[in-house]
Design a protein around this ligand. Structure first.
Ligand SMILES: Cc1ncc(COP(=O)(O)O)c(C=O)c1O
Length: 291
């Protein structure tokens, strides 16, 4: 299937942009707009589509025997890749953390296998080392690194910036950060000051990833809202996400978008942004798969 045909048939693109309001922001005349990439698709939601798009394009032109990537037992990324592989008739392989698992360990793994993804279950040590099973090394394969970081992943953000440029003239863009792929791509193509809210303790990895790009000091990574460690449950975050949903009717989850919006609110409160600023917060999706 052609990518533009797939987009027309399955995706809501461009994703909409929506202003949200808080009384406290009025006197500062700060306007916050949410770029609703969470509405792109229920499965390839948010930055999943942005980061996968150019890999699909590359695969269609280079015809690898298989597209390989890594993830945990509830990986949104692998789930999205399996779905995309099915629709584009591309062979995919998912390397899963945990050799105690099997296809039947949860409905998502089963669904991924049903979409045609070959699943390989690695012990944690081999997974940490990102060892590729022998069966796959012999084939002509294409590797998508965990988190999608590469020039190809970064390139996928160009489309988002084109959409944004047609929708709003922002002073700042705020986004959650894992590998930094999304933040780097936004900053690189928009040349707008980008604030990346870190969600895990991986400053060195992010700095390393940024090094390859000339971001003109426009990307600022903020590590104040990690809440200890990746995905660590915090009451204050869960409450924040619940209140946010009630107020704005926009679902966010604590791991990525919850941390990002929490940070954004805090930065506004502490006058990080000058009065009269127009901010775009990127809703990067994030489905909380029920465990
Ligand atoms: C919902 C969500 N937001 C943000 C991120 C972080 O994105 P990146 O790795 O591009 O920094 C992820 C991870 O892919 C994610 O699942």
């Amino acid at each position: 299937m052609d990518i533009s045909e797939f987009i027309l048939k399955h995706l809501q693109l461009p994703s909409p942009i929506q202003e949200i309001f808080e009384d406290e922001w009025k006197e500062k005349n700060i306007h916050v707009f949410v770029k609703r990439d969470d509405l792109i698709h229920p499965i390839i939601t948010g930055n999943k589509w942005r980061k996968l798009k150019e890999y699909i394009d590359f695969a269609q032109n280079n015809e690898p025997n298989s597209i390989i990537s890594f993830g945990g037992a509830f990986s949104n990324h692998l789930y999205a890749l399996a779905f995309v592989g099915f629709h584009f008739n591309l062979k995919t392989a998912g390397i899963i953390r945990g050799n105690e698992l099997s296809i039947n360990s949860n409905p998502y793994l089963k669904q991924m296998a049903d979409w045609g993804m070959d699943l390989y279950f690695l012990d944690r040590e081999s997974y940490r080392k990102k060892i590729i099973p022998k069966e796959l090394t012999s084939k002509n394969t294409m590797l998508i690194p965990e988190g999608g970081f590469s020039n190809i992943g970064v390139l996928g953000l160009k489309g988002l910036v084109t959409e944004l440029n047609n929708q709003i003239k922002a002073d700042y863009i705020v986004t959650p950060v894992g590998t930094g792929t999304t933040a780097i791509g936004i900053c690189k193509y928009s040349k707008i000051k980008t604030i990346g809210i870190q969600t895990l303790n991986n400053k060195a990895e992010i700095e390393n990833n940024c090094q390859e790009y000339d971001l003109e000091n426009l990307l600022e990574i903020n590590g104040n809202y990690i809440f200890g460690k990746y995905a660590k449950d915090a009451d204050v975050l869960n409450k924040f996400c619940d209140t946010f949903l009630k107020k704005h009717s926009i679902m966010i989850e604590p791991t990525y978008t919850g941390r990002m919006f929490y940070g954004l609110y805090d930065l506004i409160e502490n006058n990080y942004f000058p009065k009269n600023s127009k901010l775009v917060a990127l809703h990067t999706g994030g489905i909380k798969l029920p465990h």
